[in-house]
Each structure stands twice: as structure tokens, then as C-alpha cells.
Design a protein around this ligand. Structure first.
Ligand code: NAP
Length: 527
């Protein structure tokens, strides 16, 4: 975004809470942290030189490698001089007199800008459950999304991991290798498929580099922003094929690794019976891998359709439950009652621990934005406006908050896609929009409430055509007590969404009001 804004001739500044660049990949340094999108595509496409000169070492990049890449990008495009680190934004308010955003930072300093672009992330506000006695624990307490940069030595320690989502599923196999004993506190089992991570061969790397133009184009027009997930197109229906043929297809995709399995048939996310065939396949795999039948059953998800919570992608997750130093604690059956000075007490037992790792996720999609407490016209706070759930037009803007852009905001494909593809599309759209405004003498853009209402209804309608709303997930805010229950991302697909955004532009920014202040009119006429 900074790179694009500079190319428009604007002065721009990034405020970043961390002491380094990298966002998710700066904070989430827990053991095993790795992207679940293939590295070749989890990368920027805006510069061919960049994509030609960078070489990924593995099929799925590890956190250190992605962080190195993002630092390389910051240096490669000379971005650091406009990035202010260790600068947490604590408020942003639209000043109707100056038509500028007044921004305050935690250190008391202030800034003012015509445009305020929120790129604070969808998974960047860690959630720690409000457990009784949490502060009394005398051992070490860590959250995976706030992991120290120095090595955390868990050798010989009794470690409790709370949560079994994507993060825990990556961390548990590695922590189990060094800890004396690992206790996994599981409330809801997750569906996980093997990553089959491996080094990329020079031939694969060369092929990707030669074909980047087609790969990127295919990703941009796909449903999920990733070319590789669409190389083998899904069959029309899991119910339209013989059971043995279906099993063979699932098996092929399971062996290939990654999220391909749940893309085997087009109706897995829309038809409960079709979905059950994929869910049964994974449950049977869990029963094959985990030797203790009771433990295997406890690891089998039963109360939501597969892929309605994000499918996890692992390396040796289920295998880890065959280790003698791993205990699975079912906290659905025997809930955590309190954290004590020396461990976790459930309704059935006490577990003495040296370290508790919270892999308990995030206040997703809205947490980081609402923490900044944006105030729009008339001093209206975004928290008030979104009391019943986020409302945006295209996930890009929200009515009543002029010149406030959201990168991958709620109501856009964002977290349901290869997010780099979605980020780039928003960055381009926002930069083009600002460029258009400057060219035509506007300095204020605002989403119209009618357009927003139509979009919000469409986002809900499309979500309700799928099985997604059947799961209590962070997509619906269900993981945060008191959060409104609304399916937040746009499930209509990256390609279709891009077409819609482009149509809005072609129509002269349909659904937006563009206006000019007297000062801008004067500035344009004297240019
Ligand atoms: P998450 O999916 O929200 O999982 C949080 C886990 O903590 C769940 O198992 C949840 O159980 C549990 N939990 C929360 N509060 C609890 C409590 N009070 N007691 C017991 N258990 C509790 O969070 P995450 O694993 O950090 O993943 C979030 C998202 O980040 C992923 O879906 C993915 O989009 C992204 N991510 C991606 C990668 C990757 O690229 N490979 C890796 C990690 C994360 P319930 O389900 O019962 O609430």
C-alpha cells in the first residue's frame, strides 16, 4: 500500500505496533508456525523482479522464511523510511471541519491525514479466555500470537496447550518433541489434513517463475485466490459418484496434501450429505492414525460440517497423540474450572504445569479495528455502528466514515482466500480510487448507506446458501463471548468479488459519494 501511495505522489506513513515489519509473521513465532497456503502463491505479485529474484525453499513457507521475505520487501522497495515502528494507534477520528482523520498514538503523539487506511489485520488481536485464577499461575504463560523472539526452552517442562485450532495443531507436534509432557486441552476437535510439506525442487521453482503471469491471473479469477487449489477442478457433486470412486478421489487428495481434499466436489460446502462424505473420510483417517480408539474418537469432530471452520493443515498432528508424553484432555466433557498457582484444574482433575500455552485464537475480523475506536461523522463510533455486527460496502468502506479504507475488511473474501491475493486487490482498488479522486478534484469518498445495506444483505444471502453458518467459528464471532453472531467474510469468491469491485469503478464508483472541499477545488484549478 505504501509503495502504491508513493507512486501516486502522496506522502504516506505507516504506523505499526510491532518493533519490526511482518504483521502476523512478526508476532506468531510459536514452534511450527508455517503458512497453510503454498509459498509460491503466498507472495506478492506486484513486482515481477521481486517474484523472479526470491526463491522459496519449501512447499509451505515457515514463519522465519516469510518474515525474512517481508523484511526483504521492505528493504527492496525502500519502505522503512515511512514506517514508524512501536507506534500503536489508539484512536482515529474524522474531523468534519478539516475533512481529515486525526490519529493518536499510544505515546501521546498525533498525526493528521486526508486518507486513513486500516490494514491492522483480521487475526491480530489475540484472545485469552477469561479463566478464573489466570493471574495466579506461577509458571510461564504464553500466547502463540505473542511469542517471544528469543528461544523458549520447553525441554523437560510440563506444558499445557489450551486450544486445538490451526495454531495449536502446528505447535503441538513440535512442543511434544521437547517437553517432558504435553497436555492438550481440547474443547472442540478440528478437522486437520496433512500438509505434506517438503523442499521445493529447482525444477518446480523454475516452472513457477516462468509461469507466474498465468498463475497470478488464475489466482485472481479463482474462488479462493490460489491457483494451485484449482489445478484439478472439483467434481460437480460428492453424491453423484460411486462411493469407491469418491474414496479414491479423497485418498488421492489426502496424499497430495493441503486443502485440496475439501475442494474435491463442488457441493461439499453447500450440501450436508455431500459434506458428510468428506467429514467421514477424515474421521476414518483419524481412527487409522491414532492407536488408542477412545482417544481417536475424542479427536473426531462431530458437531459441525467439515470446512465450515477453517480446515487445519498439519505435519504429524494426529500421530503426536500416539506419543506416551502426550495427554488429551477433553474440556468439553470436563471444563477448565480454574488456573491455579501451579497448573490447570478441570472439573475432573488437576494438571500440574510449568508452562501454559494459549493457542486460543483471535478477536477476528473486527478486533484490531474496533480497538482503535474509529469515529466518523457526527462523532459516531464504529463500535456503535457495528453493535449488531460489521456493516461495510464491499468490505472496503463503511458509511458515515469518509476516507476510511479497510484492507480485507469484513464483507470481503479476506480470510476465506489466499489473503495475499485479496490484500493486493484491495491495495490496487484503494490506490486507483485515490488516484481517480485526485485526477478529478475530489478529496472525499464515502460509502452510501443504501449500497452498504444491499451489500450486507448479499453477503448474508450468499453465506446462508452454504453450510458455513452451521459452525460456531471465529468467522461468525462465536469464539468471543458477547460478540454478535454474524458471518463476516464474503463467501461469493475472489474472482466474482473482483468483478463486482471493477464494475463499481466502471460505473463511476457506484454506491459511493465523491465530493470536493473548496480548498481542493481551488488546488485542482491552479494545478
Ligand atoms: P482458533 O482457530 O480460533 O482456535 C482457537 C482454539 O482455542 C479452539 O480450539 C478453541 O476451541 C480454543 N479455545 C478458545 N477459548 C477456549 C477456552 N476458554 N477453553 C478451551 N479452549 C478454548 O485460533 P488459531 O488456531 O490461532 O487459528 C486462527 C486462524 O489463524 C486460523 O483459522 C487460520 O485462519 C489462521 N492460522 C493460519 C495458520 C496457517 O496458515 N497455517 C496457522 C495458524 C493460524 P473452540 O473451537 O471450542 O472455540
Amino acid at each position: 500500500m505504501l509503495h502504491r501511495l508513493r507512486r501516486l505522489g502522496l506522502s504516506a506513513r505507516i504506523y505499526e505496533a510491532g518493533s519490526g515489519v511482518g504483521g502476523t509473521w512478526f508476532w506468531n513465532r510459536y514452534p511450527g508456525a508455517r503458512c497453510d497456503v503454498e509459498s509460491v502463491e503466498y507472495s506478492y505479485s506486484f513486482s515481477d523482479e521481486l517474484q523472479q529474484e526470491w526463491t522459496w525453499s519449501e512447499r509451505y513457507a515457515s514463519q522465519p522464511e516469510i518474515l525474512k521475505y517481508l523484511n526483504h520487501v521492505a528493504d527492496r522497495f525502500d519502505l522503512r523510511r515511512d514506517i514508524q515502528l512501536e507506534s500503536r494507534v489508539i484512536s482515529a477520528a474524522f474531523n468534519e471541519r478539516t475533512r481529515r482523520w486525526d490519529i493518536r498514538l499510544a505515546d501521546g503523539s498525533e498525526a493528521s491525514a486526508t486518507y486513513c487506511i486500516m490494514a491492522a489485520g483480521n487475526q491480530s488481536t489475540p484472545h485469552v479466555p477469561d479463566l478464573k485464577g489466570l493471574k495466579t499461575f506461577k509458571g510461564r504463560c504464553l500466547h502463540t500470537a505473542d511469542w517471544p523472539s528469543e528461544d523458549v526452552d520447553l525441554r523437560g517442562k510440563r506444558v499445557g496447550v489450551v486450544g486445538t485450532g490451526s495454531t495449536a495443531i502446528q505447535a503441538i507436534p513440535l512442543i511434544a518433541q521437547s517437553a517432558a509432557h504435553l497436555f492438550a486441552f481440547q474443547r472442540t476437535p478440528a478437522f486437520s489434513v496433512p500438509a505434506r510439506n517438503r523442499p521445493l525442487t529447482p525444477g518446480e521453482t523454475q516452472e513457477a517463475k516462468q509461469n507466474y503471469a498465468q498463475i497470478r491471473q488464475s489466482a485472481r479469477t479463482s474462488s479462493n485466490g490460489a491457483h494451485y487449489l484449482n489445478v484439478v477442478p472439483p467434481g460437480p457433486s460428492a453424491l453423484g459418484v460411486a462411493p469407491d470412486e469418491r474414496e479414491r478421489e479423497y485418498e488421492r487428495r489426502w496424499n497430495r496434501g493441503g486443502a485440496l481434499l475439501v475442494r474435491a466436489y463442488a457441493d461439499i460446502l453447500t450440501n450436508g450429505q455431500a459434506n458428510a462424505t468428506a467429514a467421514d473420510f477424515v474421521r476414518n483417517k483419524i481412527r487409522e492414525i491414532v492407536k488408542d480408539p477412545e482417544r481417536a474418537e475424542a479427536l473426531c469432530p462431530q458437531d459441525y460440517p467439515i470446512a465450515t471452520k477453517r480446515v487445519c493443515i498439519d505435519t504429524d498432528y494426529y500421530e503426536t497423540y500416539n506419543r506416551e508424553n502426550v495427554t488429551l484432555v477433553n474440556v468439553r466433557k470436563t471444563p477448565i474450572e480454574e488456573i491455579t498457582e501451579d497448573g490447570i484444574r478441570t472439573s475432573a482433575a488437576t494438571y500440574p504445569l510449568d508452562c501454559i500455552v494459549f493457542a486460543t485464537g483471535f478477536d477476528a475480523m473486527t478486533g484490531a479495528l474496533l480497538a482503535i475506536d474509529p469515529r466518523g461523522k457526527g462523532g459516531v463510533s464504529l463500535s456503535d455502528k457495528w453493535r449488531a455486527g460489521p456493516r461495510t460496502y464491499l468490505g472496503l468502506m463503511t458509511a458515515g466514515f469518509p476516507n476510511l479504507f479497510l484492507v480485507t475488511g469484513p464483507g470481503s473474501p479476506s480470510v476465506l482466500s489466499n489473503v495475499v491475493t485479496s490484500i493486493e486487490q484491495h491495495v490496487e482498488w484503494i490506490a486507483d480510487c485515490i488516484g481517480h479522486m485526485r485526477l478529478h478534484g475530489f478529496d472525499c469518498i464515502e460509502a452510501l448507506e443504501e449500497a452498504e445495506n444491499v451489500w450486507v444483505n448479499h453477503v448474508n444471502d450468499v453465506a446462508n446458501m452454504t453450510l458455513f453458518p452451521q459452525a460456531k467459528s471465529w468467522y461468525t464471532g462465536a469464539n468471543i463471548p458477547g460478540k454478535p453472531n454474524v458471518f463476516m467474510p464474503y463467501v461469493g469468491g475472489v474472482g466474482a468479488y473482483r468483478v463486482k469491485c471493477d464494475e463499481v469503478v466502471a460505473g463511476g464508483y457506484t454506491g459511493f459519494a465523491l465530493s470536493a472541499s473548496p480548498a481542493e477545488v481551488e488546488a485542482v484549478s491552479s494545478r
